[in-house]
Structure formats: structure tokens, C-alpha cells
Design a protein around this ligand. Structure first.
Ligand code: ADP
Ligand code: MG
Ligand code: ZN
Length: 475
């Protein structure tokens, strides 16, 4: 029997609105505890929530970007449960009638395969506060600054079949949120969170197997690790004839394993019901039209344009458009150069290595895209060689100087004067009669030796194509 894993993901993305979803409190991250609170988000008796219009706008944008059907009328519901970080005793969420349903996005896997993954629904809800359990003290602390921060919950269809697909789906979803500029998508800070549902079924079977749900996955690496772990565990259990028990698991970062948090019996009964304090939400056609008109170019479209406009290979275009910052960097750089593919290579190889080593994002790059473009155009114009350009590039990163400044100061301009190169070559030929004889006798590999000597003599500045030409002629 062939088994296959089935994965469905629930993502919570914090929205970048200035204020909370049902009150005017600030959503700013990192403020002293309990300073961004008011009677509404503290759940005081008698207060009334007022929906933040921006949250609806952002939800509509996300719905359009993920090809969802937008509901003209949706509803907020109360999801009841008790926990100290939830002062009202219920979370306002959407349940039976979410704002968007039936969407999909495309993901690209490492071998280039493109897959379509269904989005079941997108709904708006409020975040809960944050509890801190300090083992050294007999108390738990709770910070209500996060209470009422707007979230989008994005639920996928159970249509992914490997940790790699799940990773690609999450990255693409995050990239769309960032392109739309509606969420930071920062997993470590908790503004992009994921719960993963996993089951195993016989390949091609019509029904899904019993699932477990993995929570607390706060980095892409943990998602992929935790999924691999859980898939393996379920596969082995099934092969041994055991049954999978439906339960909620927590990924334990220290022990590298999933531990049971609660079984099906302890599952919450949330007693959902429509929130009587909020009228049904009616989304007017103009609001959708407005969102459609102001939609930015999204990753898929940008990729197509990069292939068409810059003549880039699919691979380059996919990589460069995976993040909006990277795509913007490329375009600013490519404007300065003749061949955009060279700009792509420099960004994918030299710049990426530099950023990785410095632990920086492309938005924090020490080399501005225009300056990298100028550097590349110096190679294209034959002012410096590609090899020297790499040294200039490191120097640019260290000093923040422009390529022209560095090339000027250090006298790195390429020697393209044929007479000058010829003179150097003549001296070298005279100095190495033995090698010359061997070369003329058929040992053509010695060409490399001669080129090396010329480069040594000129400090790497001689134009390589000219060196080769003249050497061949002279020898
Ligand atoms: P709940 O709200 O109780 O978590 P849902 O039906 O909303 O349950 O499903 C949540 C997620 O679990 C969805 O992403 C869905 O695709 C996924 N899912 C549901 N059943 C399975 C299953 N048998 N195997 C894998 N994923 C599943
Ligand atoms: Mg769930
Ligand atoms: Zn408030």
C-alpha cells in the first residue's frame, strides 16, 4: 500500500493598521505592557465595538490577491472560551459567514513545478493578549496591548503533500501580504503564525485520514521540521497497524518533537453565535472596485513581466520577485545597466552572499541598487574587469563609497591600451624562453601561464580579451 501525507494550513496574519479592530488603541509592537488598552479592548461591561474600516479594506485586498469570492454580507461571531489573555471571555471572529471564500494561489517548488493550492476561507478576527509564565515567580503576567489587534485567518484546503509544499505555500502567502503592504509577515515576532493539520491516506483515496494539528510553529524551519517529524510518526504508526488519534500537538523546539497538548475529548466547544453588538457587514461594490483599482502588481504578474521586459530566465524572475524588496532592488539596479541578466546574477550571487554574511535583509543592503548598477556598467563599458569589480564591490559595502570613487582612488581602471599590453607581453616572452618553446611545441595549456604572468604584471588590470588576442598572435 502507498501512503501519502495530506496537509492543510491555518495562517494568522496580523494586519498593519494603525489602530485595533474594534477600538482606537494603537497596534504598535513593543510598547510597555498594558499601555495600549482601553475599556473596549479590556472587555469592560457595557462597551461597544466599532469595526475599523481599514481592516475590511485589507481583508478585501487579500481576498482579491488570492482569487477569493468576496461575500457581500458577512457576520461577526463570538467564539467563547476562557483564558486570562482574553478579557471578554470570547473572541470576536467570523464563523459561518466569512468575508471571503473559494480562492487559490500558485506555488513554485524547487524543481520548478507550479501547483495550485485552494484557499477555503479568509476571515477577520481580533488577536488575544499575551501571557508570560515566569517559572521563577509564583505568578503569570498578562499584557493586553495585543488584545484587539486585527488578524486575518487564512485557511487552506487540505491539498499539500509534503513539508516542501507547505513551506512554499507559507512563503508565497507571506510574500503576497507584504506585496499588498497589509502585514509585516514576521514569523519570529508573531505577526505571521501557522497551525498545521496533518493526516495520512492511501494514495488516491477519496476520504481523508484522521488528522492531528500542530501548533506553535514560529519559524519556517520549525514548520518543515515539525511536519517531517509528524508525517514520519503517523506513517510508522499506520504501518504498525495502529490508529491515529485526533489531537492537538505542540512542537517542542528543545526536544525536536511534537508533544500532545489535548485530545479530541478536551477539544473546546466554542458555542459560537452571532455577535449582537455588531451589525452584519455589508461590503459595497464600490469598495471592492476601489481595492481592485489600487492593487499593486503581485508576485506572479511581476515574474511574468520580468521575463518579458528584461528577458530573464523563469528561474531568475521567480527568485527576484519572491520578495517585493528584492524585486524593487533589481529594477533600480537594472535601470543602470545594458544587460539585465548581469544585474540578476550579481544580486543572486554576490549581493546575496554579502547580505547572508552580514545577516542583513536586502532592504538593509549596504550597497544601494543604483551603485551596484553603476559598478556593472563599468564592467560593461570595459572600464574595469569583472574580477576587479568584485573587489570594488566589497569595498563599496565596507566604505559606502561609489564605484567611481573607488576605481578612481585606487587606480583600478582597466588597461585597454594595446601598445601598453603588448609591451608587457614582450617582456614576459623574453623572460620565459623555455615556456615559449614548449608552447610552440604544442603545449597549448601554457596559455594560462602567460595570461597569469600578464595579470600579475598589470595588477589584474589588463583587459583579458585583449591579453588573449595579443598573446596568441605573439606566440
Ligand atoms: P478546525 O477549525 O477545527 O481546525 P477546519 O475544518 O476548519 O477545522 O480545518 C482546519 C484546517 O485543517 C484546514 O486547513 C483544512 O484544510 C485542514 N484539514 C482538515 N481535515 C484535514 C485532514 N484530514 N488532513 C489534513 N488536513 C486537514
Ligand atoms: Mg484548527
Ligand atoms: Zn482599546
Amino acid at each position: 500500500m502507498m501512503f501519502e501525507p495530506v496537509i492543510g494550513l491555518e495562517v494568522h496574519a496580523q494586519l498593519k493598521t494603525k489602530t485595533k479592530i474594534f477600538c482606537g488603541c494603537s497596534t504598535k509592537f513593543g510598547a510597555p505592557p498594558n499601555t495600549h488598552v482601553c475599556p473596549v479592548c479590556l472587555g469592560m461591561p457595557g462597551v461597544l465595538p466599532v469595526l475599523n474600516r481599514k481592516v475590511v479594506e485589507y481583508a478585501i485586498r487579500m481576498a482579491l490577491a488570492t482569487n477569493c469570492r468576496i461575500s457581500k454580507e458577512s457576520r461577526f461571531a463570538r467564539k467563547n472560551y476562557f483564558y486570562p489573555d482574553l478579557p471578554k471571555g470570547y473572541q470576536i471572529s467570523q464563523y459561518e459567514r466569512p468575508i471571503a471564500e473559494h480562492g487559490h494561489i500558485h506555488i513554485t517548488l524547487s524543481d520548478g513545478t507550479v501547483r495550485k493550492i485552494g484557499i477555503t476561507r479568509i476571515h477577520m478576527e481580533e488577536d488575544a493578549g499575551k501571557s508570560t509564565h515566569d517559572p521563577s515567580r509564583p505568578v503569570s503576567l498578562v499584557d493586553y496591548n495585543r488584545t484587539g489587534v486585527p488578524l486575518l485567518e487564512i485557511v487552506s484546503e487540505p491539498e499539500m503533500h509534503s513539508p516542501e509544499e507547505a513551506g512554499a505555500y507559507l512563503r508565497r502567502l507571506r510574500s503576497i501580504l507584504r506585496y499588498l503592504d497589509i502585514s509585516d509577515g514576521n514569523m519570529e515576532e508573531g505577526s505571521f503564525r501557522c497551525d498545521a493539520n496533518i493526516s495520512i491516506r492511501e494514495k488516491g483515496a477519496a476520504v481523508l485520514g484522521t488528522r492531528t494539528e500542530l501548533k506553535n510553529l514560529n519559524s519556517f524551519r520549525f514548520v518543515e521540521k515539525a511536519l517531517s517529524y509528524e508525517i514520519k510518526r503517523q506513517m510508522e504508526a499506520l504501518k504498525d497497524g495502529e490508529e491515529i488519534v485526533q489531537e492537538t500537538l505542540l512542537w517542542d523546539v528543545n526536544r525536536n518533537m511534537a508533544v500532545s497538548m489535548r485530545g479530541k475529548e478536551e477539544a473546546h466547544d466554542y458555542r459560537y453565535f452571532p455577535d449582537p453588538d455588531l451589525v452584519p457587514l455589508r461590503v459595497e461594490e464600490e469598495m471592492i472596485e476601489e481595492a481592485r483599482k489600487t492593487m499593486p502588481e503581485l508576485p506572479d504578474q511581476k515574474k511574468k513581466r520580468f521575463v518579458k521586459e528584461y528577458g530573464l530566465p523563469e528561474y531568475d524572475a521567480g527568485l527576484l520577485t519572491s520578495g517585493r524588496d528584492m524585486a524593487d532592488y533589481f529594477e533600480a539596479c537594472a535601470r543602470q545597466v545594458k544587460n539585465p541578466k548581469t544585474a540578476s546574477n550579481w544580486i543572486m550571487v554576490e549581493l546575496t552572499a554579502l547580505l547572508n554574511a552580514a545577516g542583513k535583509t536586502i532592504a538593509e543592503s549596504p550597497v544601494a541598487p543604483e551603485d551596484l548598477g553603476k559598478l556593472i556598467s563599468l564592467i560593461e563599458k570595459g572600464v574595469i574587469s569583472g574580477k576587479i569589480a568584485k573587489t570594488v564591490f566589497s569595498e563599496m559595502a565596507e566604505t559606502g563609497k561609489t564605484p567611481d570613487e573607488i576605481v578612481g582612488e585606487k587606480g583600478l581602471v582597466q588597461v585597454t591600451d594595446a601598445d601598453e599590453i603588448e609591451a608587457v607581453i614582450d617582456t614576459i616572452i623574453t623572460a620565459h624562453p623555455g615556456e615559449v618553446e614548449k608552447y610552440r611545441g604544442g603545449n597549448k595549456k601554457l596559455m594560462g601561464f602567460f595570461v597569469g604572468q600578464v595579470m600579475k604584471e598589470t595588477g589584474g588590470k589588463a583587459n583579458p580579451a585583449m591579453v588573449n588576442d595579443i598573446l596568441r598572435r605573439k606566440l
